[in-house]
Design a protein around this ligand. Structure first.
Ligand code: G6P
Length: 608
């Protein structure tokens, strides 16, 4: 979701700003723009669509200037066209914004009565008009900024330049992240540290309610009353190399193939590979004393949480209440301080997940964050942090973050089971041993199934609708398979609990709707095979994802059977994730879709 960059530089900045925007492309966007101040005048180039459209404009009409701001926009208010693209200019004020100004409509009416003429449909433009109005009324830049911040409400990262001050950029954060980069005689700001990584690794993260002013060599942070606040800088580990595709065609493919190595690294944080025991986790949450867990997340992270529910309930006998965060936050769910709440988020910035966290905190629960970005807001507002250590995930469709979330949830459920006396020492050893073997099995599976999946994806790409079925932990996987396929290939797909087939989706089964059945040879196998029979009896085409035992046991005719090694139940969801990820990936690639940046989707959803 929108990316922001700014530079107070010594050399021309336009090319560097666009270069930094490229590192924010993964967040999702549908237009882009850049503005500089040169010889006392603001100028800008904006373009609909991808960054190369903006670059072509810049190649045709150079944009000089050693100070500038730039933006990739993910449309919320107003269509993604050039007029709505940021930066917005009003009377010598330039503004870029990530988030939503919730009271924009009321402010706009007031400004129009005052004579303001709006040139876009965005909520952002009210910010530029307010700043222009306060400047006209005689306020200095800093005072105008503070006055504006005291009028707007909602979620925002805002970055502002004034034409008559070509040495200063003002900014504010209330919701979406904003990082300040300290250079040598130059200062930077961006939506994350990766965007700034070629320029500097010394980063100061702003927190909600901060207003920051940068000049060539200085950062000043204050609250909205103008009272100074201190924010320490830190050395960021982010490097531009992290956003390199290597030999892969897409980031998604690279991230799928990285999984064995990354998951092994992540597991090393939670289990001891030598003694086959779980390591002590963040002590802020004591699983032995809990009456229950509440889990909330969005998208793929929610589906990881759903697998986690099965594990916590089965292994730790801990009841789990789980919901998508956009519902959780408003459900007025009765919670008790004897429960703990877990929030799962790759980015750690998802607005609905953060709001659910704050709700649970107000109810007195201890808060745990299963996050990838450790500096994120969700991590900072939690009592216990469980990092998934997946490294930056650039593909909008989550892959390695999902399996790392699962690995962390599996480890935590075993740890919780030990703490609660529901998992014996022998069971702990056995399960951790399986987890330790998982990276090797993942490597083998990725190599073995790739050619078959690529060929199968050609068939799948010809269909318009696909149904995924699974039982137990394979049910959330069926939903994740459907989510992956629809978000990147645009083929309509639904994930269902296999037992629900008879209660609706069976009406849709014919030769035009393939059914992908995810069924390891586990406790539910026979039941799922009965559901497959119901599909076959109606002429449905089956793609069967199973293991060696399952393939040998089923006599049904299938369009394809993908056979994985026999693995223990605790690692099956991670292993079975691989074929569903690859199937979605190859199908989308065959269809020529924009795999890493699917239309209308954003990586980090910082608005409701
Ligand atoms: C967006 C992304 C998904 C992600 C979801 C939750 O929809 O496209 O890949 O699963 O947000 O994001 P989070 O950062 O909270 O895991």
């Amino acid at each position: 979701m929108c990316g922001i960059v700014g530079i107070v530089g010594r050399e021309p900045v336009a090319a560097r700003l666009v270069d930094a925007l490229r590192r924010l492309e993964y967040r999702g966007y549908d237009s882009a723009g850049v503005a500089t101040i040169h010889e006392g005048k603001l100028d800008r180039r904006r373009a609909e669509g991808k960054l190369f459209n903006l670059e072509s404009k810049l190649a045709g009409e150079l944009l000089p200037g050693t100070i500038g701001i730039a933006h990739t926009r993910w449309a919320t208010h107003g269509v993604p066209n050039e007029e709505n693209a940021h930066p917005h200019f009003v009377e010598g004020v330039a503004v870029v914004h990530n988030g939503i100004i919730e009271n924009f409509s009321e402010l706009k009416d007031e400004l129009i009565v005052d004579g303001a003429v709006f040139t876009s449909q965005t909520d952002t433009e009210v910010v530029a008009h307010l700043l222009a109005k306060y400047t006209r009324e005689g306020l200095g830049h800093r005072e105008a900024m503070l006055a504006m911040l005291n009028r707007v409400s909602g979620a925002y990262a805002l970055v502002v330049m004034f034409q008559d001050d070509p040495g200063t950029i003002l900014s504010a954060r209330f919701g979406p992240p904003l990082a300040i980069g300290h250079g040598k005689g130059e200062m930077f700001l961006g939506s994350d540290a990766i965007a700034l990584s070629p320029f500097t690794n010394e980063i100061t993260y702003l927190v909600d309610g901060d207003c920051a002013i940068i000049t060539h060599d200085r950062l000043e942070v204050m609250d909205y009353q103008g009272r100074p606040v201190t924010r320490k800088s830190q050395i960021s580990q982010a490097t531009a190399f992290m956003v390199d595709k290597g030999n892969h065609r897409h980031f998604m493919e690279k991230e799928i193939y990285e999984q064995p190595e990354i998951i092994s690294h992540a597991l090393g944080h939670y289990v001891d590979f030598a003694s086959h025991t779980v390591k002590a986790t963040d002590k802020a949450i004591d699983f032995s004393k809990l009456s229950g867990l509440a889990i909330s997340a969005c998208g793929t992270a929610y589906l990881a949480g759903l697998v986690g529910k099965y594990w916590f309930e089965r292994y730790a006998r801990l009841p789990v209440e789980i919901d998508v965060a956009s519902e959780f936050r408003y459900r007025e769910l009765p919670l008790s301080p004897t429960q703990a709440a877990l929030f799962i988020s790759q980015s750690g910035e998802t607005a609905d997940t953060l709001a659910s966290l704050r709700y649970s905190k107000d109810e007195g629960l201890k808060i745990g964050a299963i996050v990838n970005v450790r500096e994120s807001t969700i991590a900072r507002e939690s009592d216990a942090i469980f990092p998934i250590l997946a490294g930056p995930e650039i593909g909008v469709a989550s892959t390695k973050a999902f399996t790392c979330q699962l690995a962390v949830l599996a480890s935590l459920s075993i740890a919780a089971g030990r703490a609660r006396g529901t998992v014996s020492e022998a069971d702990e050893k056995a399960m951790v041993k399986h987890l330790a073997e998982m990276p090797r099995i993942m490597s083998r599976v990725l190599n073995e199934i790739q050619p078959q999946i690529e060929a199968l994806s050609r068939d799948l790409s010809r269909f318009k609708d696909v149904l995924y079925l699974g039982r137990g932990t394979s049910y959330p996987l069926a939903m994740e398979g459907a989510l992956k396929l629809k978000e990147i290939s645009y083929i309509h797909a639904e994930g269902y609990a296999a037992g629900e087939l008879k209660h609706g989706p069976i009406a849709l089964i014919d030769e035009n709707m393939p059914v992908i059945v995810i069924a390891p040879h586990d406790r539910f196998f026979e039941k799922t095979v009965s559901n497959m029979q119901e599909v076959a009896a109606r002429g449905g085409k089956i793609i069967f994802i199973t293991d060696e035992k399952g393939a040998a046991a089923s006599k049904l005719e299938t369009l394809a059977t993908i056979t994985l090694p026999n693995v223990d139940e605790i690692i099956a969801p991670m292993i079975f994730s691989l074929p569903i990820q690859l199937l979605a990936y190859h199908t989308a690639a065959i269809l020529g879709a924009d795999v890493d940046q699917p239309r209308n989707l954003a990586k980090s959803v910082t608005v409701e």
